[in-house]
Design a protein around this ligand. Sequence first.
Ligand SMILES: Cc1ncc(COP(=O)(O)O)c(C=O)c1O
Length: 475
Amino acid sequence: MPGHYSGRFWPRGLKTALPDLDVTELPLTDDLNHPAGPARQAMRLAADAFGAGITRFITSGSTTALHILLAATLGRGDCLLLPRCSHQAVLHAVALLDLEPCWLQPAELPDSASRFSLLPQILADTVDSALRENPRCRAVLVTSPDYYGGCPDLVAIAKAVHRHGAILLVDEAHGAHLGFAPDMLPPSAMAAGADACVQSGHKTLPVLTPGSYLQISQTALAQGSIDAANLERMIPVFQTSSPSFPVAATLDYARAWLVAEGRRQICYQLDRLDELAIHLGPDIFCSPRSMRPAPNYPGLRDPLRLIITGAQEQAALPAVALADEMAAGGLDVEFADLTRLVLIPSLRQPAAAWRQLARRLRSALSDMPAAARDSAAADRRLVLEKTWRHYLTAIPEMAVRPGQVLFQPQQLQSVPLAQAAGQISARAVLPYPPGIPLIWPGERFDQPRVDFLRQMLENKISINGIDQARVWIIA
Ligand SMILES: Cc1ncc(COP(=O)(O)O)c(C=O)c1O
């Protein structure tokens, strides 16, 4: 994982101690699900460092943390306001709790921002009017940053949500580092006024997979809009009764490291990003250091999330082929969409590794067969990407609620994707990464979506929920 850079990030003492830290709940070690002693102390230190009222260490990832958070703040059948571009972990929480999803329509990104991202963003005005139209929704959940580093204007969104007496929950899986260099990075959820958030430590920090921080704000606790007792009640419902002490120890270590060195290292990393832009050469373009993707645009982006794309906007980078070429040369990238590579450089990546990255990118691009760089193929990818953007936000007919499809006995059938139009999907269908479902369980396939999914497969985009060109439907 880039976060701990194959363990090189940790001091030798921690690295060698990991097997010894794999203990069970004893009076000396405390209980991560019911922290009362040293674990509680470590979580208190984390809450202080992250600017939260309560932090809990969840050692089975932000997936579990999101399930706990939604169960602690909403009741079965409640309405949740959320953008369509939410991670599958949110979908599964919606299904588990049989919530009613109520969609927030995002705004289109300005061209200068869409160059570095596939995903649209939510505006505060949209949240405001959605809450006015749906007063039953007492909670709003947004993702910030998204996989591409895109962040909505959380400060304005938090104000809009609170004006309506609702709570703002943030999937900050990609942003555990944000609070430690506030002048150089977009505001963290806690700093922006959100009521709660989850952060995957293993994505950007030296934390073992799957370590997550679940944070509740001081204000939400003081005002009683989130009940701490409810949170404590839900942790053992969703988290194993054997949570991992090694993972928790690295969550504790990452907190200490961020406090001591985070800001300096973030500064160093931003300087390396500037250098990378110079070393990449004329054919490749990398996301800039600037936080604001376009003048007057209210959203921000995390400059530490590195996006590589073609130098010419119209000459779409053959990203999947480039990622394959890089992997063949021993350098794996986080993921490739149709026109960009997304990389998560370790906060400890040494200068030599940055130079090597620039060299590899240049040589992978020049080694690629001419067919991969063909301009007609580039045009086709741009058209397909436009369709992908459309289906990321277009809402199919929901014939059956996701909770009903996943948890009530159903007669299921596997059919070729080509014959799925008109059928109700029994599974989420999602390109992975970024893990954002295009079809939720219970939604109906239509012919244009089927055609689009087939084109995505032809372009080697891996899609969960489609197996050997077949999908599961309700018979
Ligand atoms: C936006 C987002 N939320 C939540 C998750 C789930 O996080 P975890 O892997 O820690 O369970 C991911 C994972 O990729 C993600 O990208």
